[in-house]
Design a protein around this ligand. Structure first.
Ligand code: SF4
Length: 320
């Protein structure tokens, strides 16, 4: 996960909640991809340290556990840079140029100069991050599948040229609930429409009260349509099924107003996020503990990385 600051509900539901579950099924490695942050934000590294710390607070509060998984920071493992360099020697440039997100991002982020070697090559760094731990699977969203595919191709090419070292990882796709921001656009820090895991109960209540509902429902007496209402999407996740069904019919018959409906939802949301919020307060008060956990995790990851790189150096015969 790239460090871009505190995590919001969209980040949590889209990835982190799933990772927490995966810890009980797999031997997992989760890392803060701080070098990846440089691929598009190389000009401004001012807030990076704070962002890294924020993300760690969110991870630990949401339930990523150093007892179950290896949690680390990418830049603490210089072996990633070494493997990236070696893989970059064998990766054909057209593989990177055809990466669908490459051109897309260049178009979308026109305020940034992304005509850099690092930006073109970031899938190679991702490949190094993944195969360093001989990963069998990578939890990704559908838009990230091409990156796992490039990783497989790079691993295959390495194995073909030098000898079998790396397994070819598969993507692990999971259905994640889609929720929008408070203004019905994609939940995003830059839109100012996000609910954060670090938001206090009062902030959550205020944000929920500002949420855009069914745009056709202008007056309290107008019947609403929960199918197009973002608040209702939240109910589906945070309110019990019976009440949710009730709200559906009461909304359609204008028996319930949006203010009352939002109050019910915000209380359920506050309750659901309370354990994360409380844990976050604890870790915020113990920053040294967070640093220790990450240092330990990084040591653990580095042992694996060292052993992989030893094998890589022997295989490519640069071991003198
Ligand atoms: S009553 Fe609830 S579900 Fe219906 S439009 Fe208002 S907020 Fe949405």
């Amino acid at each position: 996960m790239r460090p871009t600051g505190a995590l919001h509900l969209g980040n949590y539901l889209g990835a982190l909640a799933n990772w927490v579950e995966m810890q009980d099924q797999y031997d997992c490695f989760f890392f803060v991809a701080d070098w990846h942050a440089l691929t598009s934000d190389y000009e401004n590294t001012e807030g990076l340290e704070t962002y890294v710390h924020e993300i760690l607070l969110d991870w630990l509060s949401a339930g990523l556990s150093p007892e179950k998984s290896t949690l680390f920071i990418q830049s603490k493992i210089p072996e990633h840079a070494e493997l990236y360099l070696i893989l970059s020697m064998i990766t054909p440039v057209p593989w990177l140029e055809r990466n669908p997100t490459y051109k897309d991002q260049i178009l979308q982020l026109q305020n940034k100069d992304l005509s850099t070697f690092g930006f073109l090559g970031y899938p190679v760094l991702q490949a190094a991050d993944i195969i360093m731990y001989k990963a069998q699977g990578v939890p990704v969203g559908i838009d990230q599948v091409p990156h796992v595919e490039i990783t497989r191709e790079i691993a295959r090419r390495f194995n073909f040229l030098y000898g079998p070292v790396f397994p070819e990882p598969e993507e692990i796709l999971t259905d994640t609930p889609k929720i929008l921001g408070t203004d019905r656009r994609k939940m995003s820090k830059s839109y100012g429409n996000a609910i954060y895991l670090s938001d206090a109960p009062e902030q959550i209540r205020t944000k929920v009260m500002q949420m855009v509902t069914d745009p056709q429902r202008a007056k309290r007496s107008d019947p609403g349509n929960p199918d197009v209402c973002n608040v209702y999407e939240f109910h589906k996740l945070y309110t019990d099924a019976e009440t949710t069904n009730q709200i559906d019919s009461q909304c359609r018959s204008a028996e319930i107003g949006c203010v009352e409906c939002k109050k019910i939802m915000s209380e359920n949301l506050v309750q659901a996020l309370a354990p994360i919020y409380e844990k976050r307060k604890y870790y915020e008060a113990h920053p040294k503990l967070v640093t220790e956990i990450m240092d330990q995790g990084s040591l653990k990851a580095r042992e694996v990385a060292r052993s992989t790189m030893q094998e890589v150096r022997e295989t490519i015969k640069i071991n003198y």
